[in-house]
Ligand binder design. Structure first.
Ligand SMILES: *Cc1c(COP(=O)(O)O)cnc(C)c1O
Length: 221
């Protein structure tokens, strides 16, 4: 099942779109099955769960943290995390930088932008984001690299609204492409999940985060 689902999604994606297989709550055996089918990028939303899986699975997996990150837990993933999607405050970015220094590496991050018209999600708004990357303190961070933006649309049947929200993130992304510096380069636009990734791709997504369409519905207990 997992293998077929992965194959079907992979073949439907345009070449420039990267698939993150969102494996949160799923057992290591499911991830191994996806790995055996060729998948190398996995997304998790809890640092402890991701670290346990990292310890058990092959070391050529790229681990993406897609969930909300608490600053006091960054240290546990700093040795190995490949991309942090949900950086939503400057304070968090500074903590990632600090832990990256300790691990002598550069950690790639996406800034999470609040695009949903409903107001329950984390993230910067456009103005805050512009201010943050203009800070001198931002350019001083040498061990993080902001490589793009991430956003989540409202959970709604209204596809016009979803498209409009993705479009707003794409415009912001494009407007920042000229702002390239040592620790900033807009190359990844992470948007789209099982229910809305096709709309996200139509609106410029370059990275989709898909869980239930690959691994089946999650069972939260
Ligand atoms: C769980 C999750 C996903 C994947 O959701 P599905 O609907 O199962 O594809 C994508 N992005 C984030 C941030 C998530 O938390």
């Amino acid at each position: 099942m997992i293998k077929e689902n992965l194959h079907n999604i992979q073949t439907s994606l345009p070449e420039n779109v990267t698939l993150v297989a969102v494996s949160k709550t799923k057992p290591v055996s499911d991830l191994q099955e996806a790995y055996d089918a060729g998948q190398r990028i996995f997304g998790e939303n809890k640092i402890q769960e991701m670290t346990e899986k990292w310890e058990q699975l092959p070391k050529d997996i790229q681990w993406h943290m897609i969930g909300h990150v608490q600053r006091n837990k960054v240290k546990y993933m700093a040795p190995y995390v490949s991309l942090i999607h949900g950086v939503d405050t400057f304070k968090l970015l500074k903590e990632v930088d600090k832990q990256a220094v300790k691990n002598e590496r550069i950690i790639e991050c996406l800034l999470q932008v609040h695009i949903a018209e409903e107001d329950t999600k984390f993230g910067f708004d456009a103005a805050e984001l512009q201010e943050t990357i203009a800070l001198e303190d931002f350019s001083a961070l040498k061990n993080v690299k902001v490589v793009g933006l991430m956003g989540m649309a409202t959970f709604t049947e209204d596809t016009t609204q979803v498209a409009r929200e993705f479009q707003s993130l794409k415009s912001l992304f494009d407007s920042l492409k000229t702002a390239t510096s040592d620790n900033l380069e807009m190359k990844i636009l992470s948007m789209g999940m099982s229910g809305d990734y096709k709309i996200a791709i139509e609106n410029g997504s370059t990275m989709v985060r898909i869980g239930s369409s690959i691994f089946g519905a999650r069972n939260y207990q």
